[in-house]
Design a binder for this molecule. Structure first.
Ligand SMILES: [Zn+2]
Length: 826
């Protein structure tokens, strides 16, 4: 190993400020030699032209081997390369730096990732530079506010597809040149290269491309019309919204293997996880989720790519905006109305994060270095930020909100900006009191609770802050549910440190709900006898949006030990079948299965409660029309609750299935995973792998192996999680997921203490996203015991890598809440 590959120092904010003040980058030209597609490394040469007002700085290079570094014709001391930095001394006003070396192909989804498709043995590459991985594939000044024009010269096998942040010109067979039309931040530079299969299109003069591994060509072709239609509608929507045309030329969307995030907004060449091109049936709701991601990444082309944050402390702005605008765009311009999914899935994600000890303000996190910034890239940045922006649009008015946004984008196009700049734009557009609003909503953490207080002829809303925070102002609409389940939505009221004025409630109210339109960022409760009222109203409540807010209250009340999980399960049994949205079915059933009948139940009660959830799932399956999405969604849950291996084996053979329901590859694997969790045999697993040796099949097989109730299988799975192995990141995540299967506590209990003792050591051989994600997936999520909490607290007193610490803190909060709730049981 060479001198510079001895680990990395994360760039600090102070270092970034000093470097940005001194250095202006004029261009980066990168030459990559990818002809040795099976070797451990590839060749990378950067030529960086920049001016400097200081005599020394450093360039980032995280290769395996540095073979040359030449500054203004003068060779630099290669031995000075350390911790992924090359010191540059004797700088002039104008400089040319040449850096050449060998870079490692990655297998963790960051840097230049290589995937060999087991379906056909072909090699696929893509580059993921976010958050600080660009120096893993080329030398650069890696920080968001040193934007520059980039040229990538790529030598690769003839016949490959090569894509990047600009049109790829073929110079000769096997050589491509990609030139970015505009300055780019390093974190969103990319390259996609390999024998990808493609579908092309065009909209409003913008060339469009969709790309996937060749083994998924048929699936891509089947899904392409929907994806292209969403892309086209979103371009029209954003062109109207921002008033600036999409500036980056062609627009490619590549669905790539082993991708860690949902997608990455590289200008002109977005990368997505390839599960968005599923091999099985896709429901309308899943198409909607995908549409949301497509629209999210498109919003970033303006908010993030055209105007980029100066430092990572404003990362939330990128994500909150993209999330918020994607919901708006899809709901207003495509067939996918996404606010229900946002409410039931995304808000719950953010709400759990905002109530964990690891919570943080949406904005104004110091982000002292790049690695720290990644820790705050969570449900708060996305879901809470988007919900808060939705509140802001209500608070300042939509016209002011959008005028300010347009002003911000046009004032800072092609450059960098801060949140203070955006506040300036909104204030110019007419917003009042924004600093106070931003202080209350963006610079504090935690959730207020909105509750109902009955008064003469009506109700008042009362807000209680989370510990240590001031109450925020909430503008919400109270809903009144009558005996027939009809909802009346009242005029908006504002509640803050003072209770709201009395809202008159006419007629017999079964339930008064504080947030009928689900626009609040708060926990909601329903008055002193609220849960009895919910039990009376929810079974007949017809309004989907109001129901979502109530289901979220049910979930966070269980987590707060405010609501007995058995009472919550009663609500699921009486009320879920009447809900119309399959997204609600799916989320609530999953909660009932994994929480109410899982970690929130004593070990001895789990099987009995799971039987109740299974009964509900089957009522949903039986009540759904043949071939409907509702049938499929509830059957998927029923499979995961099945306890009879013979019944699973019959489904595997395609018999005894619900009417009209066909098996697709994903459903087959779900059956196999459950079958493996119930017994020690491997018959179905072997058959399934023989039928489906694809990358996706391998991931499912990893989950199935780890789920087997067999001491040897558990030991083998554990070694994968805590020791170095060549297994891909997806296989590791699936292994952690399968390992902690409810009902196997006897086998898994010894591993609870081992997790806390051993997980810290994984930082010696894993990094970045994979380090944190494996620690999250391998967390003993079924172990709600005082002993587990003690072991967790002991682990947290040791020195843990930031990603591991975050996984342990969040996982521990979940089991701590379950332990508190379990005190309700006799
Ligand atoms: Zn995003």
């Amino acid at each position: 190993m060479s001198a510079g590959a001895d680990g990395r120092t994360s760039l600090t904010r102070a270092e970034a400020e000093v470097r940005a003040a001194a250095v202006s980058v004029h261009s980066v030209e990168v030459a990559l030699d990818l002809t040795d597609e099976s070797g451990p490394t590839f060749g990378s040469r950067s030529v960086i032209r920049f001016s400097s007002t200081t005599s020394e700085t450093f360039v980032d290079f995280a290769g395996e081997e540095l073979t040359a570094a030449v500054l203004n014709g003068r060779p630099l001391d290669l031995a000075a390369w350390s911790r992924a930095r090359i010191p540059l001394t004797g700088l002039q006003a104008d400089n040319v730096l040449e850096v050449e070396g060998r870079m490692g192909y990655s297998s963790d989804g960051e840097g230049l990732h290589r995937h060999v498709d087991p379906a056909d043995g072909r090699t696929y590459l893509y580059a993921m530079s976010f958050l600080d991985a660009a120096p893993r594939w080329y030398a650069c000044f890696d920080q968001p506010d040193l934007k520059t024009r980039c040229t990538f010269d790529v030598t690769a096998p003839v016949g490959w597809t090569v894509l990047g942040n600009g049109p790829a010109e073929v110079l000769e067979p096997g050589r491509w040149r990609i030139v970015s039309a505009h300055p780019l931040s390093t974190y969103f530079t990319t390259l996609v290269a390999g024998p990808y299969a493609s579908v092309h299109g065009e909209h409003d003069g913008i060339p469009l491309g969709l790309h996937v591994r060749a083994s998924l060509r048929a699936e891509l072709e089947a899904q392409a019309p929907d994806m292209l239609a969403v892309t086209a509608a979103s371009f029209d929507y954003y062109h109207r919204l921002f008033g600036i045309r999409y500036p980056f030329g062609e627009y490619h969307q590549a669905f790539v293997p082993d991708f860690n995030a949902g997608a990455m907004e590289n200008p002109g060449c977005v990368t997505f996880r390839d599960s968005y091109v599923p091999r099985g049936r896709i429901t309308h709701a899943e198409q909607g989720t995908r549409a949301g991601t497509i629209a999210h990444e498109m919003a970033h082309q303006w908010f993030g790519d055209l105007v980029t944050m100066r430092w990572w402390d404003d990362l939330w702005l990128n994500e909150s905006f993209a999330e918020y605008l994607a919901q708006r765009c899809c709901t207003e311009a495509t067939p996918y109305a996404l606010w229900t999914e946002f409410g039931i899935a995304r808000k719950d994600w953010g709400s759990v994060a905002d109530q964990s000890p690891s919570t943080h303000p949406v904005a104004g996190n110091e982000a002292p270095d790049a690695a720290a910034a990644l820790q705050n890239f969570d449900g708060i940045s996305y879901a809470k930020g988007a919900a808060v922006l939705r509140q802001l649009a209500t608070y300042v008015g939509d016209d002011v909100f959008l005028d300010g946004l347009r002003d911000h984008i046009s004032s800072h196009a092609y450059g960098n900006a801060t949140f203070a700049d955006l506040v300036g734009s909104w204030t110019r557009a007419g917003a009042q009191d924004l600093p106070a609003w931003a202080q209350a909503w963006l610079r504090t953490s935690g959730m207020d609770t909105l509750d109902v207080e009955h008064a003469d002829a009506g109700v008042r809303l009362v807000a209680t802050p989370s510990e240590g925070s001031p109450v925020r102002p909430h503008t919400v609409q109270v809903g009144v549910v009558d005996e027939a389940g009809a909802l009346t939505v009242l005029d908006p009221v504002t509640v803050g440190s003072e209770p709201s004025p009395v809202v008159p409630v006419a007629g017999p109210a079964v339930l008064v709900t504080p947030d009928a339109t689900d626009v609040a960022w708060a926990k909601v409760r329903f008055g002193p006898d609220g849960w009895e009222r919910v039990a009376a109203a929810l079974p007949t409540l017809q309004d989907e949006t109001a129901s979502v807010a109530i289901w979220n209250a049910v979930r966070d009340a269980v987590r707060d030990a405010d609501l007995d999980p058995r009472a919550a399960l009663d609500l699921v049994a009486t009320s879920l079948p009447q809900q119309r949205s399959e997204v609600v079915w799916d989320s609530v059933l999953a909660f009932a299965r994994t929480q109410l009948a899982g970690v929130y139940a004593p070990v001895g009660e789990r099987a009995g409660l799971a039987a109740r959830v299974r009964e509900v799932a089957w009522r949903l399956v039986d009540g759904a029309a043949p071939r409907s999405d509702r049938q499929l969604v509830s059957f998927r849950q029923a499979v995961r609750l099945e306890t009879d291996p013979d019944r699973l084996a019959a489904w595997f053979d395609g018999t005894d299935l619900p009417p009209g329901l066909g098996l697709d590859p994903e459903l087959v694997w779900s059956v196999v995973e459950r079958w493996c969790a119930l017994g020690t045999g491997t018959g179905l697993l072997d058959q399934a792998l023989a039928r489906d040796p694809s990358a996706s099949g391998q991931v499912h097989a990893a989950r199935a192996r780890a789920a087997r109730p067999d001491a040897e299988a558990k030991a083998a799975a554990w070694r994968l999680l805590v020791e170095p192995s060549p297994a891909g990141a997806y296989e590791l995540y699936a292994t952690g997921d399968g390992f902690w299967t409810a009902g196997q506590e006897e086998l898994t209990t010894p591993y609870v203490a081992r997790y806390f003792a051993e997980i810290g050591g994984t930082a010696r051989f894993r990094e970045g996203w994979a380090l944190g994600q494996v620690a999250t997936q391998a967390f003993p999520r079924t172990a709600a015991t005082p002993e587990a909490l003690q072991a967790a607290d002991a682990a947290l007193r040791t020195d843990l890598a930031a990603q591991v610490r975050r996984a342990v803190v969040d996982g521990t909060d979940k089991i701590r809440r379950a332990v508190a709730s379990l005190a309700r049981w006799p």
